[in-house]
Design a binder for this molecule. Structure first.
Ligand code: C2E
Ligand code: CA
Ligand code: CA
Ligand code: CA
Length: 270
């Protein structure tokens, strides 16, 4: 009687249509936020575990959408990466972070800024950084740029070039999310980085997962062997601190040590 209807096909078309609509929506939201400067910066301390003093702060971006909601990066960064707008977003954050640094640098504060893998392919990045350092009057020695390890490993020679360029300006560099990617320890010795951040997924499970202990210890040993500092992410309970110190990891970041807070809360109004 009834001919088979291609429901699956109609459904597939609907899904593609939804996805396209979502992408168009986010391109527009990101565009408006870039034009209207409606991104906001949070800062979270990286602490010395021995005495709980601040080593530096990491800058974390939030986006206010047209409904005035403040969105976490997990909501909008994937879309920005898909559309390529992440390059402009990273530049926006860099510029804002340099202005902030100029304001707080006399107090000995350093800031770390995230760069996405795509920003490594932004030919103009070092020129932009040079110009913005000049325009802001920020001290390059108090700026750190974090790139994700996966980006560094997938495009090793580009990553090395960008990191080198950043260092020549006097800034420091770091490898983020270390251990989750296709982490080739061999590369670590060849990349010009000052420290690595051990991915939070290993740290979080340290108290109850023996595999994580083996991995974290190995990463810590190798980092030390290459003369790099290691920072543990996601230090969200006191019980982790002595474990990390056993592995001679001197620095941590996480909710237990200090949550991300708005810039005004950390440093007062400019
Ligand atoms: P990330 O660079 O690995 O930053 C650390 C993330 O872990 C932050 O999430 C921070 O709030 C969160 N975190 C810190 N301590 C804890 C903890 O104890 N427990 C847990 N569960 N989480 C903790 P956030 O702010 O949501 O940022 C997520 C990611 O978005 C960042 O991960 C980074 O990859 C990206 N991101 C943030 N700001 C920027 C930016 O300006 N540019 C680029 N390209 N990416 C950014
Ligand atoms: Ca980071
Ligand atoms: Ca990370
Ligand atoms: Ca991460």
């Amino acid at each position: 009687e009834n001919r088979a209807r291609p429901w699956h096909l109609l459904h597939a078309i609907d899904t593609v249509k939804d996805e396209l609509e979502q992408r168009v929506y986010w391109v527009d939201q990101l565009h408006q936020a870039l034009e209207g400067d409606t991104f906001e910066l949070m800062v979270q301390p990286i602490m010395r575990l021995a005495d709980r003093s601040v080593r530096h702060y990491e800058v974390l971006v939030r986006m206010r959408n047209t409904d005035q909601e403040l969105l976490m990066p997990g909501r909008f960064i994937p879309f920005a990466e898909h559309s390529g707008q992440i390059v402009q977003l990273d530049r926006w954050v860099l510029r804002a972070a340099l202005r902030l640094l100029k304001r707080v640098q006399a107090d000995g504060i350093s800031l770390a800024v995230n760069l996405s893998g795509q920003s490594l392919h932004d030919d103009g990045l070092t020129d932009y950084l040079t110009a913005e350092l000049q325009a802001s009057g920020a001290n390059p020695h108090q700026l750190i740029l974090e790139i994700t390890e996966t980006a560094a490993v997938t495009d090793f020679s580009t990553a090395r070039g960008v990191l080198q360029g950043i260092r020549e300006l006097g800034c420091r560099t770091a490898l983020d999310d270390f251990g989750v990617g296709f982490s080739s320890f061999h590369y670590l010795g060849q990349l010009p980085v000052d420290y690595i951040k051990i991915d939070g997924s290993f740290i979080r499970s340290l108290t109850h997962n023996d595999d994580s202990r083996v991995i974290v210890k190995a990463i810590a040993d190798i980092a030390a062997g290459f003369g790099k500092e290691a920072i543990a992410e996601f230090v969200d309970q006191e019980a982790l601190v002595p474990l990390l110190q056993d592995y001679r990891i001197a620095f941590g970041q996480g909710y237990h040590l200090g949550r991300p807070v708005p810039v005004a809360e950390a440093f007062g109004h400019g």
